[in-house]
Design a protein around this ligand. Structure first.
Ligand code: DGT
Ligand code: CA
Ligand code: CA
Ligand code: ZN
Length: 580
């Protein structure tokens, strides 16, 4: 594993502490230089030590080399441990905040008695800091803003937010046509994790173009702060406090770098071990023979995996949760992909709380390349969402019939559906006689989460007309806690009753673990966008990624069925529960 980054960070920290302590400026500069050199190196520092080349690198002196050796041997640098004890931990953390340097903290420490993060924030807010020389209005504002950004940047963003920033950045980098060769999102965003820490982007290009690329990268319109601008790596914080990292590699390193920076870390650790056991060595720079260091490949990701004798697991399942074993045996399942998706089961129009008209939403679904869409406006008890009563549903059906005439010739179907509320006692917000007239029914809990939700959902599933349980867990991207629910029981009864469970792209509420449970038990999931505007329908791409993280196979994803197959699914349940 490449340790350069970790070691660089420690040297940076040591420099910060020395500066805080008012140490010799020469020594501080030395540490900062080592940190810079290390993070810029495109060779593993362990390699440099082995070959002795480290002694020839300008900027890294003898005593720094000794510290590096110590770190590689013991995982610690004693000088750093010693220095850390001289500064309150809180202040050490604050030094990482943009616009707050060790010098500022030193002043605050000495003149105002600031000993903790809270002390410092108080000193800023109360105007105490402003009494010190050199702290004008502008500087104080920057410090406050720095704290806010820093606190926010410690939160993870939702996949949707990360994806939108990532796409915008990709398009921006693609303006460098002829200068860059390939560009791709990496890290947890490429793995479609439901929350993303920072956004990682990888670019391949001939080395002579790199500085131009990094210059362009840090000049993106939304950049608030450039954390690092180097030859191989740059890092920025955007106005919205999100961090984006860029790496540049040479074209022949593309595959191994993409493999490395996609992660997950747990997956990569296993991959390295497997390579080792075959006398190979994998790094972001390629696949090498372990004994001779001869480069044997890595220009494509497929090649990396092929060279160590395994199938390439899709990025979404690279979590070391069983994919490696199956890939070694050549038995990875085929996961659902966007091309398999024939429709969306849960979208809203401006008849309830959507902002798109029926026509606009249907048109967008058609543009997605689907064969059908289910209109799923809220039922009457959802008053804040302008839910529909029976009269209005009937009116809407007329509209749908009219619109269907236009779309029939295009082979596109608009299915009459609803998102019916599951009431506190588990009954539904519409009578069976009305539910029976819908083509497809989604039932969801929207209120009174303190009730027995397992009971409510089981009861809803026992209704012959309910085909899909909407956002079954009530959770939202890890931010809103789900309600208390016995999911195993829900999955069991879904199977018994022929009901599907929803993977809702707007909330990412069905976790990969639950999707895997559904797959294991033979329970259908439906990937839905819960779109409230036409543009939301495109989140199906992310929904498919979330489903793939749960190893969803096309056979158990309801959206892969054509309209006939969907009608069969509906009819099967009605027959099963003796409603026809
Ligand atoms: P995040 O940003 O917290 O959502 O998660 P990731 O997976 O995007 O992690 P990040 O941004 O720290 O690094 C991106 C990828 O680079 C990560 O998935 C694997 C690789 N990587 C980065 N640093 C290390 C490391 O120290 N060891 C290993 N094995 N891999 C690393
Ligand atoms: Ca990341
Ligand atoms: Ca990163
Ligand atoms: Zn909904």
């Amino acid at each position: 594993m490449n340790r350069n980054k970790e070691i660089a960070r420690i040297f940076e920290k040591m420099a910060d502490i020395l500066e805080f302590l008012g140490d010799n400026p020469y020594r501080i500069a030395t540490y900062r230089r080592v940190a810079n050199v290390l993070s810029e190196l495109n060779v593993d520092v362990e390699e440099l030590l082995k070959s002795g080349k480290i002694y020839h690198i300008p900027g890294i002196g003898q005593s720094s080399v000794e510290k590096i050796i110590e770190y590689l041997r013991t995982g610690k640098i004693s000088k750093y441990e010693e220095l850390k004890n001289k500064v309150p931990e809180d202040l050490l953390e604050l030094m990482e905040v943009p616009n707050i340097g060790p010098k500022t903290l030193k002043l605050a420490y000495e003149k105002l008695g600031v000993r903790s993060k809270d002390d410092f924030i108080r000193a800023v807010r109360s105007g105490m800091l402003a009494t010190l020389p050199g702290f004008g209005e502008k500087k104080l504002q920057n410090i406050m803003r720095g704290i806010e950004l820093w606190e926010k940047s410690k939160e993870r963003m939702t996949l949707i937010e990360a994806f939108e920033i990532g796409q915008e950045y990709l398009n921006y980098l693609k303006e460098l046509k002829g200068i860059i060769e390939k560009v791709e999102l990496a890290g947890s965003l490429r793995r479609r994790k439901e929350t993303v820490g920072d956004i990682d982007i990888l670019v391949s290009a001939p080395r002579q173009n790199w500085s131009k690329i990094h210059e362009h990268f840090v000049s993106f319109h939304g950049v608030k702060e450039v954390l690092l601008k180097g030859e191989t790596k740059s890092s920025v914080i955007l106005e919205n406090a999100r961090q984006v990292d860029l790496r540049t590699v040479e074209p022949h390193q593309w595959g191994s770098a993409l493999q490395y920076f996609t992660g997950s870390k747990e997956h990569n650790i296993r991959i390295r071990d497997i390579a080792k056991s075959k006398g190979l060595k994998i790094s972001e720079y390629g696949v090498f023979k372990a004994d001779t260091d001869q480069w044997i490949g890595g220009s494509s990701e497929e090649e990396v995996y092929e060279l160590i004798g395994m199938q390439m697991p899709p990025p979404e399942i690279r979590e070391n949760t069983g994919e490696i074993e199956l890939a070694l045996e050549g038995r990875l399942p085929r996961l659902v992909s966007f091309q398999d998706i024939k429709g969306d089961f849960h979208i809203h129009t401006n008849w309830s709380d959507g902002i798109g008209s029926l026509e606009e939403m249907v048109n967008m679904a058609y543009q997605m390349g689907y064969e059908y869409v289910v209109i799923g406006d809220h039922s009457q008890s959802a008053r804040v969402a302008n839910g529909l009563d029976v009269e209005r549903y009937k009116k809407q059906w007329k509209e749908i019939d009219r619109l269907q005439k236009e779309y029939s010739s295009k082979g596109f179907y608009i299915l009459k559906g609803c998102e019916v509320d599951i009431l506190p006692d588990g009954s539904l917000d519409l009578p069976d006689s009305v539910l029976a007239e819908f083509d497809f029914v989604v039932a969801s809990i929207h209120t009174r989460f303190s009730q027995d939700n397992t009971y409510r959902i089981l009861k809803a599933m026992e209704n012959p007309y309910v085909n899909l349980i909407g956002h079954p867990t009530g959770k939202s991207y890890g931010s809103r806690q789900g309600y208390i629910l016995d999911m195993e029981k829900v999955i069991e009864v879904a199977k018994e009753t022929g009901t599907a469970l929803e993977l809702n792209t707007f909330r990412a509420d069905l976790s990969p673990e639950y999707v895997r449970m559904c797959m294991a038990k033979g329970v259908f999931i439906a990937i839905v966008t819960d779109a409230h505007a036409p543009a939301h329908l495109q989140y199906m791409h992310l929904g498919v990624g979330l489903a793939r993280r749960g190893w969803a196979v096309p056979e158990l994803v309801l959206n892969t069925r054509d309209v006939k197959g969907v009608r069969e699914f509906v009819l099967r349940k009605r027959k099963l529960l003796a409603a026809v």
